[in-house]
Design a protein around this ligand. Structure first.
Ligand code: ADP
Length: 532
């Protein structure tokens, strides 16, 4: 269920992360092998080295702790709180370490430091992180088997942070005031006391090994993987520490450099993982928003298409109804005229019904109704539906139909919708034109053995140059009450039939729409594709 895993605390590592972490471990081993042969070489005593390294690690470990606490609040995890507190404690110990380091701020260190103060502080610091990891593994299992506590995680975090501060203060006090009670690590500021070295190294190795084994056994998340990398880094340093006899040697400087590297790698991995997860989340939120908007747009398209297509025959119904009523309301009712109006109403009603059926068919997946019919006949039928309107607006209709046209195999209702749209647009384009030349010409022709061509020309306002590229775009309209859906729907229907629809300027100023249709329906996406 990788998609449901949102935090690095519960996200399993992928191949890329595993490979990258192995590469980091390999790099640490190479660094150890390079340092080992030259470890004893004494280098210049750079007094600023320790404050500098401690400063960087202090900031790094506090950042790591903050990231872990943030995850702990989200997941209500005691395991993460304990681990983060381990980093806080380790970071806090860097302060007395830096202050008491001989030569950093005072020749013998501040806070009344003895020869062994820094060594003891550092030893406890070294042990703190693997012990925190052991506690983390323990609490992780406990968290998994218990319900999240009612206590607020932020309160729990405050308690743990104060505990870390108190223990760090106690360690500092012991390592400075009661310094002489502790076993000595150093004979003087540079040389080690070898008597305690073996016991010390054994304890450090034992803690690291225990933490590594516990993590390896229970490892499940990206965070566990990077903690293992950090442990590998600390183990490499522990190995180096066994063979270092003095401060300010290549080995000693190398030890701190490796320490810095392995501590920062956890922080960098946490930041990288967190921002990676964040950007994934942001991307998926954006995708969800786009999907929602697309759904809204398509809903909009459908409703606009329905009102556009159904609106036209309904307007005709209303017009014919009032014409019928007028003819019957006269002092001498014109029954003949009324009958014609009611027939027109019935035809328009039927057309509304067909249009609805056709819209449903258009949005439904699957084949539409295919029949064989005479395109010229359909043109005449459609023109007769319009003839009242044409007469009322004093528009001349010129038909030059090729009588040798082969019968066409297509969806009759959809092709009629195209014709109605083209006629309606032509009539509207003639609206602003006054005078005698108000003309619509329809021409049909057989193009070749496979295709027919139908042209609807008008002497209207024509298509403005700046609009010509856009008239087939959905929602593009220059009319106050237009929807901008007629032409895109017409083009979709033409293309669905394997044909084309395009526009050009008419010789007499207006516009011509060209509808090319195959006699037998071709699939729009080329030959060889199944039509049904
Ligand atoms: P609508 O008619 O709802 O505006 P259409 O998709 O049918 O939407 O047409 C889009 C635009 O194309 C119209 O607003 C108009 O500017 C232009 N157009 C369509 N047919 C013609 C025509 N015969 N003459 C001039 N312009 C036209």
């Amino acid at each position: 269920m990788a998609q449901d895993q949102l935090g690095l605390f519960d996200k399993s590592p992928d191949q890329r992360e595993t490979r990258f972490s192995l590469a980091v471990v390999a790099l640490l081993i190479v660094a150890l092998l390079v340092i080992l042969p030259v470890r004893g070489i004494r280098l210049h005593e750079v007094q600023a080295f320790i404050p500098m390294i401690d400063g960087i690690m202090f900031v790094g470990e506090l950042i790591t702790a903050t990231l872990l606490y943030a995850q702990a609040i989200v997941f209500r995890s005691r395991a993460l709180i304990v681990l983060a507190t381990g980093f806080v404690f380790a970071a806090l110990l860097l302060i007395p370490h830096m202050l008491t380091f001989p030569g950093a701020f005072a020749p013998d260190g501040l806070l009344g430091a003895g020869v062994n103060t820094t060594a003891w502080i550092y030893t406890i610091r070294r042990a703190a992180l693997p012990i925190a990891i052991l506690a983390y593994v323990h609490f992780k299992q406990a968290d998994a088997s218990s319900h999240p506590g009612v206590e607020r995680p932020s309160v729990r975090i405050m308690v743990w942070v104060w505990a870390a501060i108190a223990v760090a203060a106690a360690v500092t006090l012991i390592a400075t005031r009661w310094h002489d009670l502790l076993p000595p690590f150093f004979v003087n500021h540079a040389e080690r006391n070898q008597n305690y070295a073996a016991a010390y190294h054994f304890i450090v190795f034992a803690i690291y090994a225990a933490a590594a084994v516990a993590l390896l056994r229970k490892r499940s998340s990206v965070l566990d993987l990077w903690l293992l990398v950090a442990l590998a880094g600390w183990l490499v340093q522990a190995l180096l520490n066994v063979v270092i006899d003095a401060r300010f040697t290549v080995g000693w400087y190398g030890l701190f450099a490796l320490m810095l590297f392995s501590n920062l790698i956890v922080m960098l991995a946490l930041i990288a993982e967190t921002s990676w997860l964040y950007s994934r989340l942001a991307l998926s939120t954006a995708a969800q928003r786009r999907e929602r908007e697309a759904r809204l747009v398509s809903m909009d398209t459908v409703t606009a298409a329905i009102s556009h297509e159904v609106g036209q025959p309904l307007t005709a119904v209303a017009l014919h109804a009032s014409a019928g009523l007028n003819s019957l309301n006269k002092p001498r009712p014109d029954v003949e005229m009324a009958i014609r109006s009611f027939r027109a109403i019935s035809e328009s009603g039927q057309r509304t019904f067909d249009v609805i059926k056709s819209i449903r068919a258009m949005f439904a997946k699957g084949p539409n109704l295919q029949t064989e019919f005479d395109l010229n006949q359909l043109v005449r039928e459609t023109a007769s539906l319009m003839d009242r309107e044409l007469a009322a607006k004093k528009i001349t209709l010129e038909l030059s139909l090729d009588e040798a046209l082969a019968p066409i195999n297509a969806d009759r209702v959809q092709i009629q919708r195209v014709l109605v749209n083209l006629f309606a647009n032509a009539i509207e384009a003639l609206e602003p034109k006054r005078g005698r030349n108000r003309r619509i010409a329809i021409r049909s022709a057989q193009l070749n053995g496979h295709d027919l061509l139908l042209e609807v020309s008008d002497s209207g306002v024509g298509i403005a140059a700046e609009s010509s590229e856009r008239i087939f775009d959905p929602f593009f309209t220059t009319k106050a009450t237009g929807t901008g859906l007629g032409l895109p729907l017409c083009r979709t229907i033409a293309e669905e039939h394997g044909g084309r629809l395009w526009a050009s300027p008419s010789p007499d100023q207006g516009a011509t729409f060209h509808l090319q249709l195959p006699i037998r329906r071709r699939h729009p996406h080329g030959p060889g594709t199944n039509v049904s």
